[in-house]
Ligand binder design. Structure first.
Ligand code: FES
Length: 237
């Protein structure tokens, strides 16, 4: 296979044709932040956290989907790049339920880690902040759309890796949602409960059902659980 040599942050690296800038950077231990990227599984350039500056290109490019070409010169740390990543992250955070203290993924959340790494202390954008129903009807998992960052990693692992395909994206723009077909509960589609969507979710939008959730399934009306945004609010009602 043809070999391509490019320069990243002043370092030359040679990689096979077809390699992305992100993978070339990883080869020489240059860290580029990613959120939606899953190697060979979800390479869709959705989150734009991995943007880099390509010499000669007018706009910043998502390195996870940008193939190398001979002589490319890349900057991963210019002020333009750092500013763009921060703005992108703030935009994602602006529409994310940031009740981290009660989130099962707190301290193990890729979004939280990126916020620390990029030193995001406040979110400048108001965001849409829709209230979504919490799907607790499944015997083993809980889906919280208010925490979803639309990275589509769950869709790719469900469809392309597991061959199940019960999750998909619906609507456009601010109305975009990741959901089982026809906005059904995960309990009402052919989910096999493999848990791969949970494992690959970067945030707390999908989680295993814990013992407390199961108790509420037994003593409460499960239908109530899908009508409000957070489980504790349901329990208090
Ligand atoms: Fe490249 Fe999300 S990691 S766009």
């Amino acid at each position: 296979m043809k070999e391509i040599t490019i320069t990243i942050d002043g370092q030359r690296v040679t990689v096979p044709e077809g390699t992305t800038v992100l993978e070339a950077a990883r080869k020489i231990n240059i860290d580029i932040p990613t959120l939606c990227y899953l190697k060979d599984i979800n390479e869709i350039g959705a989150c734009r956290m991995c943007v880099v500056e390509v010499k000669g290109a007018r706009t910043l490019q998502a390195s996870c989907v940008y193939p190398v070409t001979e002589g490319l010169e890349i900057s991963t740390t210019s002020s333009r790049v750092r500013k763009a990543r921060k703005v992108n992250l703030e935009l994602i955070l602006s529409n994310h339920n940031r009740e981290c203290l009660t989130c099962v993924r707190s301290e193990n959340c890729e979004l939280q880690r990126l916020s620390k790494d990029l030193n995001v202390k406040e979110v400048s954008f108001q965001g849409q902040n829709d209230v979504f129903p919490l799907d607790t009807l499944s015997p083993s998992m809980v889906r919280d759309q208010s925490k979803c960052i639309l990275c589509k990693r769950c869709i790719s692992v469900c469809h392309d890796v597991q061959g199940v395909g019960v999750l998909g994206a619906a609507n456009r723009g601010f109305d975009t949602k990741i959901e089982p077909v026809f906005d059904k509960s995960i309990n009402d589609v052919a989910c096999i409960y493999c848990g791969q969507c949970i494992v690959n979710c970067p945030v707390g939008a999908l989680k295993e059902k814990d013992e407390i959730d199961k108790v509420w399934d037994v003593i409460g009306d499960p239908k109530k659980h899908v009508l409000v945004q957070t489980a504790p609010a349901v329990r208090a009602a």
